[in-house]
Write a protein that binds this ligand. Structure first.
Ligand SMILES: [Mn+2]
Length: 385
């Protein structure tokens, strides 16, 4: 099976950049997930096999259930080692940006990244890459950045030398970005790659347990509480949402990662098409993090853009609101009413650089007021009490 991604000149350029650089930095987005870490660790291991000593940097903390990953002990947190890492970015010859499309996604690390004189290479599967690079490998149709990393290593001839240490993080990234291969994972190449990774001796069942069956007791209790006490289901809209306040998080001894994937849970309800979660920031007042999930052709990234200052993939998107939780809930009701008023069929996400798409969005936006008026009394009255 041909899983190559790069053309000949890209292969040559990438090989040359690696060969010519000694000070190499790898970085990913804030709140690193399995794919961000998996793609970085897999790529770092490959670079080590080429005699390099890359520095792997994350903007901030990553969840506990990823701590088993081989190579994770070498990862440096920017929020804890700002000065050293500022210097590393300033001195770097080559920076790999993995699993993010725009430098604002690295948050406080952005000035260091933007001002780094290094040559940059971006490998990512989010829409509309927007970083000044020498080489951009962007494939939004792919399961994960980890999949891209595997394909690139393979194309550069690194597969034979790949060890379990390199294979396990890549598998983990592919697994976590597809919810354990339950969404965005129907292309046959994915299973070909998994087959290849298995030949390196990874224990895929154990990786699954490490990630998904690794909750604390408090976490499981919190998740049960949210589903039991906090879930609003709006059957006529085929939608559901829940909120999680800081006070509730405190009650359940919340630690980072405890709410991970919880937004997928309501989609297990028959006929549900859309799930939205609202979570107060653990430190900042009036900051609410929003996650959206949907199924099939019911797009949630459009809602994320229109209502939640965000965006993302067609079926998995996010955003944030600068307001109180009650206000955030009101906005969520509006979004769900909009979703229902359009029969749950929100316009297809336009291709990047599609100017017509931008126009289309404002057009639909202006019709939103009238249609939301129609349903507000009905939905609001019934479910807010
Ligand atoms: Mn990813």
């Amino acid at each position: 099976m041909n899983i190559n991604l790069l053309n000949e000149s890209q292969v040559e350029l990438l090989n040359q950049l690696i060969d010519d650089s000694q000070r190499i930095v790898l970085c990913c987005h804030k709140s690193p997930d399995g794919d961000a870490l998996g793609s970085m660790l897999g790529w770092a291991e490959y670079l080590r096999q080429r005699g390099k000593d890359p520095l792997v940097v994350v903007p901030d903390a990553f969840p506990d259930f990823l701590r088993w990953m081989p190579g994770i002990e070498k990862v440096k947190r920017y929020d804890k080692h700002k000065e050293v890492l500022d210097e590393a970015f300033a001195q770097a010859e080559l920076v790999f940006c993995l699993d993010f499309n725009t430098s604002s996604r690295v948050m406080d690390m952005q000035p260091a990244l933007d001002s780094s004189p290094a040559k940059k290479v971006l490998v990512d599967h989010h829409l509309a890459p927007d970083i000044d690079t020498l080489l951009t490998v962007s494939h939004p149709e792919m399961s994960s950045t980890s999949e891209l990393v595997f394909r690139i290593i393979n194309q550069l001839g690194g597969f034979d030398a790949m060890t379990r240490m390199g294979a396990a993080p890549i598998y983990c990234g592919m697994m976590t970005d597809t919810g354990g291969f339950t969404y965005n994972s129907s292309r046959p190449e994915i299973y070909f790659i998994i087959g290849q990774l298995l030949t390196k001796g990874i224990d895929k069942d154990k990786i699954y347990r490490n990630v998904y069956n690794n909750y604390s007791e408090w976490c499981i209790r919190m998740r049960g509480f949210v589903m039991c006490q906090k879930l609003n289901v709006i059957p006529e809209a085929h939608a559901a949402f829940f909120s999680l306040t800081r006070q509730e998080m405190r009650r359940f001894h919340f630690i980072k990662g405890d709410a991970e994937g919880l937004v997928n849970e309501p989609l297990k309800i028959k006929k549900l098409r859309l799930s939205i979660s609202l979570r107060e920031d653990t430190e900042r007042d009036n900051l609410v993090w929003v996650s959206l999930r949907s199924v099939d052709h019911y797009y949630c990234n459009t809602l994320a853009e229109m209502f939640f200052n965000g965006g993302g993939h067609a079926n998995a998107a996010g955003g944030k609101l600068i307001c109180s939780m009650p206000e955030a809930e009101q906005i969520t009701w509006q979004a769900i009413r909009y979703f229902a008023a359009h029969d749950g069929i929100v316009r297809a996400k336009p291709d990047k650089n599609d100017e017509a798409g931008t126009d289309g969005s404002s057009e639909i936006g202006s019709s939103e007021n009238s249609s939301s008026e129609d349903t507000s009394g009905e939905n609001g009255g019934k479910n807010f009490n």
